[in-house]
Ligand binder design. Structure first.
Ligand code: ATP
Length: 306
C-alpha cells in the first residue's frame, strides 16, 4: 500500500502545482491577451490627468461586427463624482468598463478623460490612471502584505496598514496568527469573496488612481459583509471619479447619477429619488429587490424561531 501511496501522493502534488500554474497563467492571460490587440498610436503621449472627468460620446460597440452590444451610449462623470450603471444581466454594463480601460476599441463615437480621446494616449498612462476593483480578485500566492502592497510596491508598512484600515480588512488581518505575513491564494489561506474584494480595495487605495471602477460581485454576500464593502467603497471613491457596475441597488442610492442600461441603450438616468419618483424601470427594479430582501429577512426570522 505504501508503494502505491507514495507515487499517488507525488502525483497529487504535481497536479496541485500544475493547477496553480494554470491559475497564474490564466490571470496573466486575462491581463495580457486583450490589450495585446490594441496598439498605441505612433504619436501617443501620456494621458494628462487633471481631475479625471470621464466622457462617453455616442459610443457604439460590438465584440462581433454583426452583433451590436452598445448602441450609442453617452454620459459624463465630472471629476470626483460617482456614476452607477444598473441593468439586467447582459445589458452591457461591464462592456462599458472594458472600453474605458481600452481592452477593446470603440466601434464609433469617443471616450475622453479630461478632454483627451483615450485612443490618442499611451495605454500605460491610461491604465495607471484607473484602478479596478473586479468582481473576483485573483490573489497572488504570497502574503496579505504583498497582495495589498501590489498597488504601490514602494509603500511602507504604515501606509499598507492605513489602506487596510480604510478598506475595513485590517481587523480581520490582525486576528490571524501570522497577521500581515499570512500567506493567501491557492496554496495559502482561502479568503472569502468579500475579503478578497476588500484586499483589492486596499490595493486600489494604495495605488491612488484618479479614476476608480468598481465591479460589484454578483454573488450574494451576507448583510454584514455587504455593509462593510459599501463603507470601504465609499472610502476609496472619495475625491475620485468612480464608475460602479452595480448589481445591488442599495450600493447606488448615494450615486451622483444612475444610468439604467437596457440592451445597450440608456433608458433612464438620474438620481435615486428622482428615478423612484419617475416610476419607470428603475423603480420597478427597486421594488423587486426590496421584496426579495423582505422575503430573505422573513425566512431568516422563521429559521431563527425554529
Ligand atoms: P452582468 O450583469 O451579467 O455582468 P453586463 O451587463 O455586465 O452583465 P456585459 O458583460 O457587458 O453585460 O455583456 C454584454 C453582452 O456582450 C452579453 O450579451 C455578452 O454575452 C456579450 N459579451 C461579453 N463579453 C464578450 C466577449 N468577450 N465576446 C463576445 N461577446 C461578449
Amino acid at each position: 500500500l505504501v508503494q502505491l501511496y507514495l507515487p499517488l501522493n507525488f502525483l497529487g502534488a504535481v497536479y496541485r502545482e500544475i493547477r496553480q500554474s494554470l491559475t497564474d497563467l490564466e490571470s496573466m492571460f486575462r491581463l495580457l491577451r486583450e490589450p495585446a490587440e490594441i496598439k498605441d498610436a505612433p504619436d501617443a503621449g501620456a494621458l494628462e490627468v487633471y481631475g479625471g472627468e470621464i466622457r462617453f460620446e455616442d459610443v457604439r460597440f460590438g465584440y462581433d461586427p454583426d452583433r451590436q452590444i452598445l448602441g450609442g451610449v453617452s454620459f459624463s462623470v465630472p471629476a470626483g463624482r460617482t456614476l452607477a450603471i444598473v441593468g439586467a444581466s447582459g445589458a452591457g454594463k461591464s462592456t462599458i468598463s472594458r472600453l474605458l480601460f481600452r481592452f477593446y476599441e470603440v466601434g464609433s463615437g469617443a471616450i475622453r478623460i479630461d478632454g483627451q480621446d483615450i485612443r490618442a494616449v499611451t495605454q500605460d498612462s491610461l491604465r495607471a490612471a484607473i484602478g479596478i476593483v473586479p468582481q473576483d480578485t485573483v490573489l497572488f500566492n504570497d502574503t496579505i502584505r504583498y497582495n495589498i502592497a501590489y498597488g504601490r510596491p514602494v509603500a511602507g508598512p504604515d501606509e499598507i496598514e492605513e489602506a487596510a484600515r480604510l478598506a475595513r480588512i485590517h481587523d480581520f488581518v490582525v486576528s490571524l496568527p501570522q497577521g500581515y505575513d499570512t500567506r493567501v491564494g491557492e496554496r495559502g489561506l482561502k479568503l472569502s469573496g468579500g475579503e478578497k474584494q476588500r484586499v483589492a480595495i486596499a490595493r486600489t487605495i494604495l495605488k491612488r488612481p484618479a479614476i476608480l471602477i468598481f465591479d460589484e460581485a454578483t454573488s450574494a454576500l451576507d448583510t454584514q459583509t455587504e455593509k462593510e464593502i459599501q463603507v470601504s467603497l465609499r472610502e476609496v471613491s472619495r475625491n475620485r471619479t468612480t464608475l460602479i457596475i452595480a448589481h445591488r441597488l442599495s450600493t447606488v442610492v448615494d450615486a451622483d447619477e444612475i444610468l439604467v442600461l437596457d440592451r445597450g441603450q440608456v433608458i433612464e438616468r438620474g438620481r435615486h429619488a428622482a428615478l423612484l419618483a419617475a416610476d419607470g424601470r428603475y423603480a420597478q427594479m427597486w421594488r423587486r429587490q426590496q421584496e426579495a430582501g423582505d422575503l430573505k429577512q422573513r425566512l431568516a426570522e422563521t429559521r431563527e424561531r425554529q
